[in-house]
Structure formats: structure tokens, C-alpha cells
Ligand binder design. Sequence first.
Ligand code: ATP
Ligand code: MG
Length: 631
Amino acid sequence: MDILQKIARYREEEEKLKWEGTFAEYLKILKEKPWVAQSAHSRVYNMIKDAGVEEVNGRKRYTFFSQHLFGLEEALERLVEEYFHPAAKRLDVRKRILLLMGPVGGGKSTLVTLLKRGLEEYSKTERGAVYAIKGCPMHEDPLHLIPHHLREDFYREYGIRIEGELSPLNMMRLEKEYGGRIEDVLVERIFFSENRRVGIGTFSPSDPKSQDIADLTGSIDFSTIAEYGSESDPRAYRFDGELNKANRGIMEFQEMLKCDEKFLWHLLSLTQEGNFKAGRFALISADELIIAHTNETEYRSFIANKKNEALHSRIIVMPIPYNLRVSEEERIYEKMIRESDVADVHIAPHTLRIAAMFTILTRLKESKRPDVDLLKKMRLYDGEMIEGFSEVDVEELKKEHPDEGMSGIDPRYVINRISACIIRKGVPSINALDVLRSLKEGLDQHPSITKEDRERYLNFISLVRKEYDEIAKQEVQKAFVYSYEESAKTLMDNYLDNVEAYCNKTKLRDPLTGEEMNPDEKLMRSIEEQIGISENAKKAFREEILIRISAYARKGQRFDYNSHERLREAIQKKLFADLKDIVKITTSTKTPDEQQLKKINEVVARLIDEYGYNSTSANELLRYVGSLLNR
Ligand SMILES: Nc1ncnc2c1ncn2[C@@H]1O[C@H](COP(=O)(O)OP(=O)(O)OP(=O)(O)O)[C@@H](O)[C@H]1O
Ligand SMILES: [Mg+2]
């Protein structure tokens, strides 16, 4: 299907969804689908829930967010459970302004945008359908037409509670256009669209001195006063402020605390009673979710000001901290790069991971535990299994600093440095060293870094540089082994067979001759010695491994090469030990002989085919490792 056909199909589908009828007909819809009368908050909550909820490690993960926001599961769970869910149940929190508070570049705007775009789509679905009084600039809820004294009866018949008053404009239209006959008032299905200013609005503060409340609540239309005779005729008023337009949906209030405090006071009645004042009219009921965002500094000075107390108690603050997991940070960069114009540059394996390690380190706070340094904490947070630590320890660590994640380097800075380094290098390929160098240089130009932080950050750069050196060496050594995974697995299986026989005091059978043999002590020791296991400790080590294997078996899991951190290390070292010299000589020679050249080409080919390098980055890696091994 070409694009023109798709456009036509899209238009047809939009047409099909349209509906218009009288209020009487709308009531029939309500009988069948009572949920269309839900409040804005409830619609947002259902939108999130309908997209799916997974339970991962006792933590809820909402599909609605998880495709776009990474590593914020805890904050999002809190947001949904403590705000959206109770707000959907018409509890009082829904009248509060939701204020997302977090460090720069931590995903606040992304989160709000997701909700706004999501709601636009949701309003086109059956479950998210919204109906409004036709021709109303505020898309008023048709149920407001039902007079107060009948609302209890309505509830008994329909099971739907009505909240809010008919607006002055529709009150007048009801009299003038429909002669007071509520059942004839025209109702239509509406579709949220920020561009068309239906149900989605954004307000951003301008100069605090000249900020006009009309931007929020609309204003008198002077050209029509002559026609209607008075400023208090609602027809002479333009209900086109952001609060009006966002009625039934979401209004984003950008940088709310940058507004003048007097301006914010206008929000008091809105947050108290769910209605706002416009012009010379009675209060107007608003059914909308107001989401504001701000950073910590602004928030602190806002609450420090006594004058803001009244408003403060009408705000629900939800912290949106930085992500603290390396793997998720890597995904953030991947996403940002995919969306940028440097998407086609080759980024060598481990590059983004190394950058992410640096970033996460800048966000972490030292633990009081002497056995946990920042690197270890970083690994634990990322879900790595470290001997002697369990889930419980990780939770304990998190509790030590509740404000962790509110400071540090933001993802935009990293992406800027990656772009800078791509442009400078001029080759369509970058590696971890390039990025670390660029991050380091950028620290000098970074506007908001103190001298102490700078020192700390430089330290982190050398720390992750060491991590990278290890990774780089391992990568090259692996590439030197023909079919590394296979060899490691064979060696490991062999070792485990021998350990089993040793512990159970049985014999092994030679696979070729069928002859019985004793466990191969020399083989076992050659592996154990790699990680410093002494003759005295070997028995305990072997028994521990057997216990581990049977624990895995009980859970129905396979014990494999990656299941035991230290054993993996031992196997790897054993495989590399035999190679050490050849790697060292081959990678560092300036004038390789024919044999060496063949090996180099073989290794480069393997790095490209199996490890995701291109020829530039593979050769850079070999050269770097050569220099490391010859230090
Ligand atoms: N946890 C995250 N998951 C996915 N992307 C993220 C995350 N944190 C930040 N980003 C990305 O980083 C960039 C900056 O995020 P965003 O603009 O949403 O931050 P912000 O909190 O609104 O920042 P500011 O305070 O500067 O307005 C965006 O491209 C966003 O996609
Ligand atoms: Mg923002």
C-alpha cells in the first residue's frame, strides 16, 4: 500500500469513528458503555492499565511507559499507584496539581509527552471514547446538562455520578438555542488533539511580569461586545485559554515554578474545588489532569517561601529521579542516537556501556558499608550477581540514600559529547576511548559542575577506563580462540564431570575406550589455580559448585558457563593463559610475518562477524590491546 492509499484509509477510519446525536441518543450510548462518562483522571489511568502491566521481580512494569522510558520503574509505579489510581477513583488527589520534580534531562517532559500522545490515540479507541456538547469550546461533559435535583435519580438508573456545573456559555445556549429542552442538545464524539486544541494543552510561562491569566482562562472578545451588549454575556467571551481547551484531558504546565507567585494563586480554586474563574462568570468546572514539572532547586525555593504554603498543600509532588542502572542507561543512549542524525555512525561494542557506567557513577552516592564501593554498587544496582550479596542487600543500599538519582550527569550531556566526538573524529566510527576523551574534555565547558564534582568525575573517567581495558583485553583474547564459547563450554563440562566424580568418590569413563579412570586432578587444579584456590580450599570449592548445580536443577534451571561468576573467570583465565604470549606478540608487532598477518586477519574477521565491530573499530581495538599488553 503506498502512502497516498494509507492516508485515504486513515481518513476513512477517522470518518467511521465520528458520531453525532441528541442528548437523548447519547444516554442510550451510556446504557451500553457507561465508561465513556469517566473522568479525565480515570481515562488516563485506564489508558495506562489497558496497555498492559507486567510483574517483574515484584515490581510492576507498565507497558505504556516501558517502551520509551527506561530504568524508572520504581518512580512510575509510585506515580501510578499513588496518583493516577486514587485519582481515577475520584479521590481528592485528583484535584491537586501533579508536579513532577527531577533533575534536568531525567525524562520529565518525555513522560508528559507520552501521556499526551497516548491520550490522543486512546480517545480514538472504544475504551477511551469521549463525548461532548457539540459546539462548546471547552468540550463540556454532556452530563452537566442534568440538573442537580435529578442527579441522584440519574445515579440510580445509570450508576454514574455526575460532578460539575453546566458552564455559563452552555447554560445560555440551552435556553437560547434549545429552548431549555435538554434532550435535544446535540452531543458529538470528540478526538483529543493538541494541534487542534482539543482536550490537550500546554502552557509555558513567558515573562513573569507580563504573564496574562487570559492565557489560561480565556478573555473577553471585544469585537463581539457590541453585538451581545455586555461583558458578562458568555457569548462575548472567548473560552480559549489552555485550561479551557484542555478540559476533559491533560494540561501540561511547563516550568510551573518559574511563574510569578501571584499568577499561581489563580490556580488555588482550581486545585481546591476543581473549577476555575474566568472573566465575570460563575466558576467553571474543569475535568482535567494538570501535570507540571520543575527541578529540585526551584522546588526547594518554592517551598521555602511561606507565602506559597496554600498552594504547596494543593500540589502532589512525584520525584522523577535519574535512572541508576547501566543497562537501562545504555538503552536511553541507543534510543536517543536512533532518533538523531548521527544514527548511521558505527559505534564500537561496549562504547555506550562504558559511557553509561561513567554516567551512573556520577549519580550514585557512597554507601556506608565498607564492602561496597561505587563500582560494586553500580553492578549490584544493575542486577549483576555478586557473591555474598542478595536482593535484600540491594534494597538496603537503596534505602541508605532516598535522594539518590537527583544529581549527576544527564543523558543529553553524554549524547552531546558523543556527537561532538563523531564530528571531530571525522570517521564514521567511534569507540569507547573516543567517547571517554570527549566526556573528559566536555567537563571543562559544562556550565553547572563545581570544582569538586569535576575532580570526582575525572576520577570516574579513569575508573571506567580501567574497566574498559579489561573488557578490551578479554574481547581480543576471546577473538583469538577459535569458537570461544564452544571451547569454554567444553572445558567447563569437562571440569564439572571431574568435580562430580571427585566429590562422589566415583570414577569417570573414558568416552573413547570406555575404560574407567580416576578424576583428573591436574586438570582441575590447573583451572582452580587461575583464581587462587589453594590445595586446602579445593575440596570446599568443588563441593560448593556441586551444591550450586543441584540448586539449579531443583529450580529446573540449567547450570551453565555463566552461572558461577568465579568459575567462569577461572575457565576464561585458563583459556587465555595458553594464549597470552601469542596475543601479546601478534597484536604489538610492527612488522608482522606471514603467519602473524594471517592470524590478525582471522581475528579481525571474527571481531567483525561475531562481535559487532567494523574494520576500523576492530583494528583500533587490536592496536589498543597490543599497547596495553606491552606496558
Ligand atoms: N529514563 C529515561 N528513559 C528514556 N529516555 C530518557 C530517560 N531519561 C532521559 N531520557 C531522554 O533524555 C532526553 C531528555 O529528557 P527530557 O527532555 O524528557 O528531560 P526533562 O526531565 O524534561 O529535562 P528538563 O528538566 O531539562 O526539561 C530525552 O531525549 C529523553 O528521551
Ligand atoms: Mg523538560
